[in-house]
Design a binder for this molecule. Structure first.
Ligand SMILES: Nc1ncnc2c1ncn2[C@@H]1O[C@H](COP(=O)(O)OP(=O)(O)O)[C@@H](O)[C@H]1O
Ligand SMILES: [Mg+2]
Length: 224
């Protein structure tokens, strides 16, 4: 199996005035194409820092981060943003939808950045919105939706570019537990049907235990 994510002895140190914050202290793991995996740990353990490495939003202080076979430390900002846009779909705790746009406009947006023609964008958006069960809501604004529906819009927007990796930071953090379960079901379905690698970052053990593999992180180190 091909590794889509590979971290080898990754250290990330933030400089805060005279202080150094060692957010990652030598983290190593591999994630294969098609895995459904969580990265779990308490607040401050380094999860978001780890996600920023995998999401090509930041580069390590030392160590090797390879995404889709490419070492991010050796790439410039432009190359990183291309890798990010073509390979990774992001889902966040607070959805990050654009409130002035309706559902389908939000979902089409990543394809606009890829300069895909409008009728094709619309068609693709309809498809992914059907897959997340929101066909009836395409002309609604985000503030007319429930939390679970907003997160499904965010998932559809992340999936419209057919990313190899779907990366979600606390995607159920703002939802009640029943809605959170439904959102996790959606990730499971995407993983199963499309072989998308799904990586869920969470502090919640129930979410961590519901994925096929759970990587546990504590104080910037992998503990299990
Ligand atoms: N941009 C930053 N500048 C300085 N310190 C940071 C920054 N981002 C995170 N940290 C610190 O790094 C550690 C890990 O943070 P983070 O990766 O956000 O953990 P988690 O997502 O698990 O809560 C924490 O001590 C946090 O305060
Ligand atoms: Mg975090």
């Amino acid at each position: 199996m091909e590794n889509v994510v590979s971290l080898v002895d990754v250290v990330k140190t933030y400089i805060m005035g005279d202080n150094e914050v060692r957010a990652l202290r030598g983290v190593s793991f591999d994630i294969e194409q098609g895995e459904f995996v969580s990265i779990m740990g308490p607040s401050g353990s380094g999860k978001s820092t780890c996600m920023n490495m995998i999401g090509c939003l930041d580069r390590p202080t030392s160590g090797i981060v390879k995404i889709n076979g490419r070492e991010t430390a050796k790439m410039n900002e432009k190359e990183l943003s291309v890798l990010r846009n073509q390979t990774i779909g992001f889902v966040f705790q607070q959805y990050h939808l654009i409130s002035s746009m309706n559902v389908i406009e939000n979902v089409m947006l990543p394809l606009k950045y890829q300069k895909v023609e409008k009728s094709l964008r619309y068609e693709r958006a309809e498809e992914v919105l059907e897959a997340v069960g929101l066909t009836e809501r395409i002309h609604h604004k985000p503030n007319e939706l429930s939390g679970g529906q907003k997160q499904r819009v965010a998932i559809a927007r992340a999936m419209i570019t057919k990313p190899k990796i779907l990366l979600a930071d606390e995607p159920t953090g703002a939802l009640d537990s029943e809605t959170g379960k439904q959102v996790m079901e959606m990730f499971r379905m995407i993983n199963g049907e499309q072989n998308t690698t799904v990586i869920i970052v969470t502090h919640d053990p129930r979410i961590g235990e519901s994925t096929k593999r759970c990587i546990r992180i504590l104080d910037g180190q992998i503990v299990e």
